[in-house]
Design a protein around this ligand. Structure first.
Ligand SMILES: Nc1ncnc2c1ncn2[C@@H]1O[C@H](COP(=O)(O)OP(=O)(O)O)[C@@H](O)[C@H]1O
Ligand SMILES: [Mg+2]
Length: 490
């Protein structure tokens, strides 16, 4: 055919041409006969197998291999030739005569010479480097697969596309399939929003935006399984490029147990708080009742006694002076009793709190404190009474009393400053003394029941108590309570 296109005289010396091609080729080239004897090799072949040309010519081709690989190679070749089944293209790893292991790609062609002899032309490339990286890739892939599937956490890979902001799942692991009840095939048809509980969608969207901006997010969300079962999870998502496309790797940890424990803890502390609140109010009610009973009953009896005794005194004659004396002293004792009844009942529950309000009660309590302890007490109070729910004003008043009692008992102070105000939505009460100062340990001590009682009372109304002590300088108790009622247990 070629003859039709090329004029014989245009052809260069054909032997020379093929001879040069043979030598300049970077691939190893080898001609062997049907016995496997080497007829010809090129320079690249010698370089690849690190043997001199004259050591190769006329020898079996297997001479380039390690001794124990020689026979089998030769045998295989001869068998294939006999059966006319020579492989034309294959890859093989061999150990060479010098012990070096290498991968080769063989490309074989068969020629039948005019005299009927068969020869084989092999073009041989060393491909060790390529093989090494292929093997490494396979190994790292299988390692990754193992990791991917042996994790306890569900793992999802999604790829973002232009039309869909979250893309579709392109890979999920076993755990994800088992946990959410989808087969892998079903999963790969879904988009991430399909497994998020509808209630959680706004949060999910927000976190996807954050992920795109920051490259990494951790958030809690609730997953919805195929059977509609809800599973709270903690998601850890990373954004990276895969095949030049923004891709998200998300690991979802089942936090059902953690959530349940949190729930239980929340319930328990809410219960405890409600119980404490209940006990406080029962105590307050009892105190109020006892204060009233003492005041009314005992007060009336004493008043009656006083009247009767005065009447009696009036009936005495002038010569009964010693008896009159006695009656006067009795009347004095009754007065003292009336006073002490008032004191006891106001200690139990100051009527002033109910009658005149919190500010008046604080003022009164501070005066009493000053009289009793000789500790100077200065007050900064709002001009107008603050309208508060009864329980709240009682709580604030009791906290105030406890703070004053502590000052009297522990502080060794000689000055107290009290400020009380309402600002915006909060009520602030601050009691500051100039005593020895409470220590951190004393504040935190489980045995500091007075202090924890103050904290508890404030907490019932969503408020807080802050206590600070400065050694040698004094102690400050700050109470902050929201003006408007907050729901218990927030
Ligand atoms: N104003 C204060 N100054 C100095 N120490 C104080 C003051 N208030 C409290 N403390 C310390 O904190 C401890 C805990 O107070 P509290 O819980 O009220 O218990 P209690 O008064 O029954 O001892 C007190 O025993 C005292 O040592
Ligand atoms: Mg105390």
């Amino acid at each position: 055919m070629i003859d039709d296109f090329l004029l014989k005289e245009d052809l260069p010396n054909i032997d020379l041409l093929f001879g040069q091609l043979w030598e300049i080729s970077v691939d190893g080239m080898r001609l062997i006969d049907e016995d496997g004897k080497i007829l010809l090799v090129n320079d690249s072949f010698c370089k690849i197998f690190q043997m001199e040309k004259d050591k190769l010519l006329g020898k079996p081709f297997s001479i380039v291999y390690k001794r124990d690989e020689q026979e089998p190679a030769l045998e295989a070749y001869r068998r294939d030739i006999r059966n006319n089944k020579i492989k034309t293209l294959f890859e093989r790893e061999n150990t060479l005569w010098n012990g070096r292991k290498a991968w080769f790609e063989f490309s074989n062609s068969f020629l039948t010479l005019p005299d009927g002899k068969k020869i084989t032309l092999s073009v041989i490339k060393e491909i060790s480097e390529r093989k090494k990286s292929e093997i490494e890739l396979r190994e790292s892939e299988s390692k990754f697969k193992m990791l991917f599937n042996s994790a306890n956490d569900a793992v999802f890979v999604t790829q973002l596309s232009n039309e869909k902001s979250y893309g579709d799942f392109i890979e999920v692991n076993e755990v994800a399939c088992v946990r959410l009840g989808y087969t892998k095939e079903e999963f790969l048809q879904l988009s991430p929003s399909a497994i998020v509980s509808p209630k959680n969608m706004p949060e999910f969207n927000l976190n996807m935006e954050r992920l795109l901006k920051e490259g990494h997010v951790i958030y809690d969300v609730v997953h919805k399984a195929k059977d509609k079962k809800l599973i709270p999870v903690e998601i850890n998502s990373h954004l990276f490029l895969y095949n030049d496309k923004p891709t998200v790797l998300s690991i979802a940890r089942d936090i059902t147990e953690r959530k349940q424990t949190e729930e239980r803890l929340k319930r328990t502390s809410k219960l405890l708080r409600e119980l404490a609140t209940h006990l406080q109010s029962v105590r307050e009610e009892e105190r109020t009742m006892i204060a009233q009973e003492i005041h009314d009953e005992l007060g009336q009896v004493l008043t009656a006694l006083k009247i009767h005794i005065s009447l009696l005194a009036n009936k005495l004659n002038t010569n009964q002076a010693p008896l009159k004396e006695k009656i006067n002293s009795l009347s004095g004792m009754i007065d003292a009793s009336v006073e002490s009844v008032q004191k006891i009942s106001s200690k139990l529950r100051p009527g002033i709190l109910d009658e005149l309000g919190l500010i008046a009660a604080i003022e009164w309590q501070a005066e009493e404190f000053e009289k009793l302890t000789n500790i100077k007490c200065s007050l900064v109070l709002p001009k107008q009474e603050i309208e508060l729910e009864k329980n709240k004003s009682t709580a604030i008043f009791r906290i105030f009393q406890e703070a004053l009692t502590n000052i009297a008992r522990h502080s060794e102070a000689n000055k107290v400053m009290v400020s009380f105000m309402n600002h915006q939505s909060n009520i602030y009460l601050e009691i500051q003394d100039n005593g020895k100062g409470i220590s951190q340990d004393q504040i935190k001590d489980f045995k500091s029941l007075g202090i924890h009682g103050m904290e508890e009372r404030a907490m019932v109304f969503g408020g807080e108590v802050y206590i600070e002590g400065f050694a040698g300088k004094g102690t400050t108790v700050k109470v902050e309570i929201p003006f408007n009622e907050l729901k218990n247990g927030h």
